[in-house]
Design a binder for this molecule. Structure first.
Ligand SMILES: [Zn+2]
Length: 703
């Protein structure tokens, strides 16, 4: 192929062109990141890769990519799908290869050297991305193919790529006239400054407050671990002999759950809910009103009525009406259950002889008392049934029963840490699908939380099928003493969840990475659906065996788990939905006039008749998810995905077989397609109808 030869020459050229003092040609030859990998499945040769290899490799990869893009943009031949879109998909191979390893390491096994490299390359990579997006010549070629797409002979998947790439440029402002482009630039610059300021203010107010306790009696009710945590925080704050509680999640929530002192509970909660709203220099109300207004301005420049209209076009939900429709269906049942829960808590207060009315600072405290009285579920008693190795085998067995895929341990493959395990994932017919790395325990140098990633995604590059290198990275309990690693219930759920994301990677068959991803409000469906299997009695029998005796987890214990899972769901759902409504209300504004944030929030919450005892999970002045993070007009996505995962699981339940082959095959098809088919269409094809909220309401005990 001539184009391939040309690209090859370009790659050669880029390698020869010096890209700075750190990357002379001789260093390239010694740099394992710049060599062809000869390992099985082209797994990164981790033992050879040193931190100092990354900076020159990334710089070189950026230079190569820049050359590739210039060649595509400056091509003198008329633009075609092949010389423009396919060429773009094929470009940046080296950058993807190096970044895949780099991102995996900075997440799971980082060190100051890698962090320094990260600081240096992040602006370089984003500058490259901006450059490509603003390349006028390139956009004209993209537009030419887009405009002619009806006349050509594009396959449906090629047509999808053309539409999505074109849309991406247009959504970034590429088709605006010069004056509007200028306006957009100004709006974007102000927005990026304000969203940073919002986050800084929130951080300031979160960190500033300290509840300092110096009398033992004020600690009443707190379990020993929470007391110890308070003492440690005091010591760190140079207040030895006292106890300090902060607004960070691991500190405030247990305090609100257990502290007998109503006065102190009120103090800490008031500090929490007043972040960004203290009428001082860190106040966020004006900032967020301006952010909302600027987002309207930007969206209207692009021809949309509101920011939500602009943002949701990319999602499964498509329109604000679609989101409100779903939120409204959940709201009334959730609110009704929360009202019942409030009555239960009031009864508990009354029984104690309390003469006050339940308020927000009491909710978690009395909930904990009711929970203990009703369920008495000892989390520690469950753990012996959840030995890590057994849970892993259980999750693999579920994947195998659904899709026929197998997991073969490959201790021979290179890994980035001795604790990482490598598997080869094969299809039912023995065909290679993916390499899978699992990394389950915390270490210094690993980010907190749990995530699923890919050091290499699936694609077809220059006509060659490339299969993924998938990862699951978690921070599960380590083995203690003579015991093996025994997981908590939440960790078991997480393990199944992350394997669900990885399954979407293993099974993905999309040739073009640009359109492989699911939309934001669907991306958690493949992961969350796996959580439905892990606690089914039939599945628990497969893996939840006592690590000493081999005894299967008793049915009574399973029942207790199920019942306690539904406890307090009215509160949890209401505080979440309230925040989702608030987000949507801000982002469906169709005016660039700045709002009075306090009055706006009040009206928004009155509209849904929010219970006064339940503040929204995030109030506007500290709602970083939507005013500085990536969740603007998107906080609803968590429960949207959950409606769909519960409904999808229901498809198996209705068949009377949790592993029904036809249903599994249809769901696998959905995973294979990724973002190439409209998510709503794909879902309806799988299910034969639209999703219902009923399975979610049932699962949460709201119906
Ligand atoms: Zn997830």
């Amino acid at each position: 192929m001539t184009r391939r030869t040309a690209l090859f020459l370009l790659l050669m050229l880029a390698t020869i062109v010096p890209t700075g003092a750190q990357a002379p040609a001789a260093a390239s030859a010694d740099n394992p990141l710049l060599r062809e990998w000869t390992t099985p499945f082209k797994v990164p040769p981790f033992s050879e890769i040193k931190p100092e290899h990354f900076l020159p490799a990334i710089k070189e990869a950026i230079a190569q990519n820049r050359t590739e893009i210039a060649a595509i943009a400056n091509d003198t031949q008329p633009a075609t799908f092949s010389n423009t879109f396919e060429a773009l998909e094929n470009s940046g191979e080296l950058l993807a290869k190096v970044q895949g390893v780099f991102n995996a390491l900075t997440g799971a096994e980082t060190n100051p050297q890698l962090q320094a490299v990260n600081r240096e390359v992040t602006p370089l990579v984003s500058a490259l991305r901006d450059e490509v997006r603003l390349n006028e010549k390139l956009f004209q070629r993209i537009k030419a193919v887009y405009d002619a797409r009806a006349k050509g002979s594009l396959t449906p998947i090629q047509a999808k790529l053309v539409e999505e790439v074109y849309k991406g440029y247009v959504r970034a402002g590429a088709s605006l006239d010069p004056a509007k482009k200028e306006q957009l630039k100004k709006v974007n610059a102000e927005l990026s400054m304000l969203t940073l300021k919002f986050a800084d203010n929130q951080l300031h107010d979160t960190n500033e407050f300290k509840l300092v306790i110096d009398r033992q009696e004020d600690l009443k009710g707190l379990p020993p671990s929470v007391v110890a945590g308070g003492a440690a925080a005091a010591k760190a704050a140079n207040m030895p002999g006292k106890w300090v509680y902060t607004l960070q999640a691991p500190s405030i929530w247990p305090f609100l759950q257990y502290a007998d002192s109503r006065d102190l509970r009120r103090q800490i909660l008031a500090a929490y809910t007043s972040r960004g709203d203290r009428n001082d220099q860190w106040d966020n109300k004006k900032t967020l009103s301006r952010i909302a207004a600027l987002r309207v301005e930007r969206s209207q420049l692009m021809g949309f009525k509101s920011y939500a209209d602009f943002a949701l076009e990319e999602n499964m939900s498509k329109t604000p009406a679609g989101v409100y429709n779903l939120l409204n269906q959940l709201w009334t049942p959730a609110r009704n259950v929360a009202l019942r829960e409030a009555a239960d808590l009031q009864a508990s207060i009354d029984k104690e002889g309390g003469t006050f009315k339940l308020e927000a600072a009491d909710w978690r405290y009395y909930t904990e008392k009711v929970r203990k009285a009703r369920f008495d579920l000892d989390e520690q008693a469950l753990r012996p049934y959840f030995k890590l190795d057994n849970v892993v085998q259980g999750a693999f067995a579920v994947a195998n029963k659904l899709y026929g895929i197998t997991f073969t341990p490959r201790p021979d493959l290179p890994t980035y840490h001795p604790e990482v395990r490598a598997y080869e994932v094969k299809d039912a017919n023995g065909e290679h699908l993916s390499v899978f790395f699992t990394d389950y325990h915390p270490r210094p140098g690993k980010r907190t939380g749990a995530w699923s990633g890919a050091m290499r995604g699936a694609s077809v590059r220059n006509g060659k099928v490339v299969r993924p290198l998938a990862t699951n990275v978690c921070n599960f309990s380590r083995p203690a003493g003579d015991e093996p690693a025994l997981l908590t219930l939440e960790e078991v759920n997480t393990l199944f969840h992350e394997l669900g994301h990885a399954l979407a990677t293993f099974l993905g068959k999309v040739p073009y990475p640009t359109i492989a991803r699911f939309p934001r409000d669907f991306v958690e469906v493949p992961s969350q659906i796996m959580e439905n299997w892990c606690l089914e009695p039939e599945v628990l029998k497969m893996y939840a065996k006592h690590y000493k005796t081999g005894e299967v987890i008793p049915a009574a214990l399973i029942e207790k788990i199920e019942k306690s899972a539904q406890f307090n769901q009215g509160f949890i759902t209401v505080e979440y939905l309230a925040a989702s409504f608030l987000d949507m209300d801000w982002h469906t504004l169709a005016t660039t006039a700045e709002q009075d944030a306090t009055a706006f929030e009040k009206a928004s919450m009155e509209k849904i008749r929010l219970l006064p005892e339940i503040p929204p999970r995030y109030r506007s002045p500290f709602y970083t998810h939507v005013f500085s993070g990536g969740y603007s007009a998107g906080y609803y996505a968590y429960i949207w995905s959950e409606v769909y995962d519960k409904d999808a699981f229901q498809a198996f339940v209705e068949k009377g077989n949790l592993f029904d082959p036809a249903t599994a095959k249809a769901f696998r098809r959905l995973l294979e397609q990724g973002g190439t088919v409209d998510a709503m269409t794909a879902y309806k094809t799988f299910r034969g109808k639209d999703a219902s909220v009923e399975p979610l309401l049932k699962a949460r005990g709201l119906k």
